[in-house]
Design a protein around this ligand. Sequence first.
Ligand SMILES: *[C@@H]1O[C@H](CO)[C@@H](O)[C@H](O)[C@H]1NC(C)=O
Ligand SMILES: *[C@@H]1O[C@H](CO)[C@@H](O)[C@H](O)[C@H]1NC(C)=O
Ligand SMILES: *[C@@H]1O[C@H](CO)[C@@H](O)[C@H](O)[C@H]1NC(C)=O
Ligand SMILES: *[C@@H]1O[C@H](CO)[C@@H](O)[C@H](O)[C@H]1NC(C)=O
Ligand SMILES: *[C@@H]1O[C@H](CO)[C@@H](O)[C@H](O)[C@H]1NC(C)=O
Ligand SMILES: *[C@@H]1O[C@H](CO)[C@@H](O)[C@H](O)[C@H]1NC(C)=O
Ligand SMILES: *[C@@H]1O[C@H](CO)[C@@H](O)[C@H](O)[C@H]1NC(C)=O
Ligand SMILES: *[C@@H]1O[C@H](CO)[C@@H](O)[C@H](O)[C@H]1NC(C)=O
Ligand SMILES: *[C@@H]1O[C@H](CO)[C@@H](O)[C@H](O)[C@H]1NC(C)=O
Ligand SMILES: *[C@@H]1O[C@H](CO)[C@@H](O)[C@H](O)[C@H]1NC(C)=O
Ligand SMILES: *[C@@H]1O[C@H](CO)[C@@H](O)[C@H](O)[C@H]1NC(C)=O
Ligand SMILES: *[C@@H]1O[C@H](CO)[C@@H](O)[C@H](O)[C@H]1NC(C)=O
Length: 680
Amino acid sequence: MGRIALLLLMGCLGGWAELQYYKYSNASTWEDARQHCSVCYKELVSLNSENIHLIVQNLSTDYWVGLRKDLNGTMSWSVWSNGDPVTFQNWYPGHPTILKEIPPTPTTPTPQTSPGPQPLDNFCHVELESLCRNLTNSTEIYIYDSTKPPSPVTQPQPVVTVEPEPIIENPCTSLLSFGMWMEKNCSELQPYICYEDRFYGTVNFSRVTLNSVFLNWTVGPGNIDHYRLELRGDINITNSTTSLSMDIFQLTPGTLYHIQVFAVKCERDLDPQNTSFYTKPDVIENLTVTEVKTDSIQLSWVKPNGNHDFYSVHLGNNINNTVNSTTENCLITSLSPGRLYYFQVYTEVKDQSIMSDPKNISSYTRPNQVINLTVFSCNSTWINLTWNKNEEVPLIFLVVVSQNGNFLFNQSTNYTNMMVESLTPGNKYDFTVVPQVPDLTLTGENATTTGFTRPCPVSNLTLKSNETSITATWNLTKGNFSQFSLTIQSTGKNLTMNTTSLMYDFTNLKAAARYSVTVSTVVGQLSSDPINCLIYTLPVRPGKPSLVNKTMENITIRWEVPDELNSGTTQYLVNYSSSFWNYSNSVITSNNTITAEFLKSGTYYTFFIQTLADRKMSDPVNFTEFTEPRKKTLTITMQCSSDKSLFCESKNASSNVYAMLQDSLNKLLTGVYYQFQKKT
Ligand SMILES: *[C@@H]1O[C@H](CO)[C@@H](O)[C@H](O)[C@H]1NC(C)=O
Ligand SMILES: *[C@@H]1O[C@H](CO)[C@@H](O)[C@H](O)[C@H]1NC(C)=O
Ligand SMILES: *[C@@H]1O[C@H](CO)[C@@H](O)[C@H](O)[C@H]1NC(C)=O
Ligand SMILES: *[C@@H]1O[C@H](CO)[C@@H](O)[C@H](O)[C@H]1NC(C)=O
Ligand SMILES: *[C@@H]1O[C@H](CO)[C@@H](O)[C@H](O)[C@H]1NC(C)=O
Ligand SMILES: *[C@@H]1O[C@H](CO)[C@@H](O)[C@H](O)[C@H]1NC(C)=O
Ligand SMILES: *[C@@H]1O[C@H](CO)[C@@H](O)[C@H](O)[C@H]1NC(C)=O
Ligand SMILES: *[C@@H]1O[C@H](CO)[C@@H](O)[C@H](O)[C@H]1NC(C)=O
Ligand SMILES: *[C@@H]1O[C@H](CO)[C@@H](O)[C@H](O)[C@H]1NC(C)=O
Ligand SMILES: *[C@@H]1O[C@H](CO)[C@@H](O)[C@H](O)[C@H]1NC(C)=O
Ligand SMILES: *[C@@H]1O[C@H](CO)[C@@H](O)[C@H](O)[C@H]1NC(C)=O
Ligand SMILES: *[C@@H]1O[C@H](CO)[C@@H](O)[C@H](O)[C@H]1NC(C)=O
């Protein structure tokens, strides 16, 4: 039963239905041959213009073909055993013999020709050409020879006898080795040629899981004994079944398997139905984020069970953002800071026909450091911090407040500024701003700055003065200071100094001068509101006065100014009076000279000069002076009468009266002097 030798493939183009021909060398009756062909193939061969050329090549003997005179009561020689109409005939001349007809003299066949199938060529030229032109309905033809060695029984005309042929009842057709046909007794034993349509089937795979697959396939033609399934991959499985499907288990995930299903008919494998598939790759394990930067995230995972070719990492739902990796980690770059990203990691096979279930993970990128961090000191207990962020993403900022390296407290905000309150006045604070992603899992780089609360103003500023110095004292009841700034000011002159104590002595000042003293608390660059007080230094006595000029009505005096009074703004109070006239006047001057006017002539005036400061006065210096007298002449006539005669004539008497008069007048009018002159 050797068989299946491919003899010829007819060379026309196209994907045609293929017929396969099998020669059987077992000598059988036509009926047995037909029986065998229809069980193990499709039928005995039908000859037509398309396959004849192939089939007659290399014939070594006569073969039964599928034509019988009366098949199923049809018209003689009109139908092939497979039902095809007989459209082509190549009978040996004189055949088939007509029933009941007296046989003519038998002619020797092809006396002049070689055993080659000469007449066949006549057909084939035309038929083959037209066939090859007609690509719409052509046939590819295989011939399989069932004889192992072609039997050397080459008799050009063994069956052709010269004897008059007996009439054969319902004969069968034999293809002679040189290509022509001859009817023969169906019970003769002869080799035969079967044919079958080439079998095209498909194997379907479905329900692919990690370890199993469901296969079903096309039913084979005719009487299929069973199907043999061959699976090749990391394991090889061969199994047979009579059904058209099979579940296969215990496969390895992510592995390529090749499947061949052979329909087996009369122990003959029909052409296999092929497929190959990958089992589903297994899902990765222990997916973790191993490194996060502002613009990249690194993922790592553990290799899944089974096989795989690579991994794909999908960013979000965007199919374009896919990274392939052959190792168990992946660095995803070009990300934006502080954003949330979703990743799906799949295990993949080379042709990407199937992928594993995804493993999901999400992570923020690290946020950027804040920029433009600035401090503004609002007042003594509040500091306003502001900063900028680079990205328009929601972030949370943790503000850590510390002092001299000691943590004080922290506070969070969604905004890019914060009012930090409840601080101590006049202190230095360190501020650290830590950007955080919304779920607080990641922080960015810190930004730090320092700031001061404004110091509090001093309280109870007190000034005490003597003639040339002022002592200032004050208190600071709240907060800290680094120093105090003092300013002393007088008539446009400023002097500023610093101290760290709570008092200050200003010395070498002018007496009787107005001073303004200002004190502010200072910390860093910040000063408190200034506190201000005014005070005068005590006055000192003016210097020695002296007469500058005098008339009958005016007296001008000037006094010396001691050095400590030389402030330019000193004022003097000058009182002058005459007790005789019960007159007094006072003048305030800022010069060191005064002219007393509208005085009485020849009068004695007393001056008191004092230095003035605020409401205080120095001890006075005094000075007295007469105005120039005005001369007046009084004529006094004296009448003398006496009981003593000649008393009035006495010189002594008149001079005595004169002396007494002068005496009494001078006593009476202090400061007024009378001078008498006696006229006779
Ligand atoms: C022969 O006839 C039978 C019944 O009439 C039919 O079933 C069968 O198909 C026919 N065979 C052919 C080759 O025509
Ligand atoms: C080609 O085949 C079609 C039908 O299959 C037929 O109608 C036509 O006549 C054929 N042409 C030739 C040149 O054989
Ligand atoms: C074309 O093929 C079909 C089926 O394969 C067949 O029935 C038909 O007779 C063929 N026609 C020609 C012109 O060969
Ligand atoms: C396999 O089964 C499916 C349905 O289960 C069917 O659609 C398909 O045609 C079948 N394939 C074959 C080759 O039989
Ligand atoms: C499976 O069969 C192929 C060829 O038939 C062979 O090369 C391979 O080594 C076999 N594999 C196993 C696991 O037996
Ligand atoms: C063949 O398949 C059957 C059922 O599907 C199973 O019981 C049997 O073990 C398989 N044989 C082999 C060799 O795999
Ligand atoms: C995955 O992580 C768990 C817990 O950390 C550990 O027990 C397990 O061994 C890991 N799996 C693999 C495959 O490394
Ligand atoms: C992917 O890229 C293509 C071309 O570059 C573009 O047309 C498409 O919109 C992109 N898809 C997505 C989801 O971004
Ligand atoms: C990943 O690998 C597959 C298969 O080799 C390829 O088709 C795809 O384009 C790759 N994707 C990227 C982003 O490289
Ligand atoms: C930081 O400050 C500078 C100067 O004020 C400004 O130009 C810049 O825009 C600020 N940066 C941001 C991100 O706001
Ligand atoms: C400090 O400034 C803030 C904001 O300007 C204000 O709300 C608060 O009352 C001020 N505190 C004091 C003590 O002035
Ligand atoms: C803090 O400073 C910012 C910028 O100078 C300003 O916009 C904001 O109003 C200030 N906040 C308060 C409460 O003063």
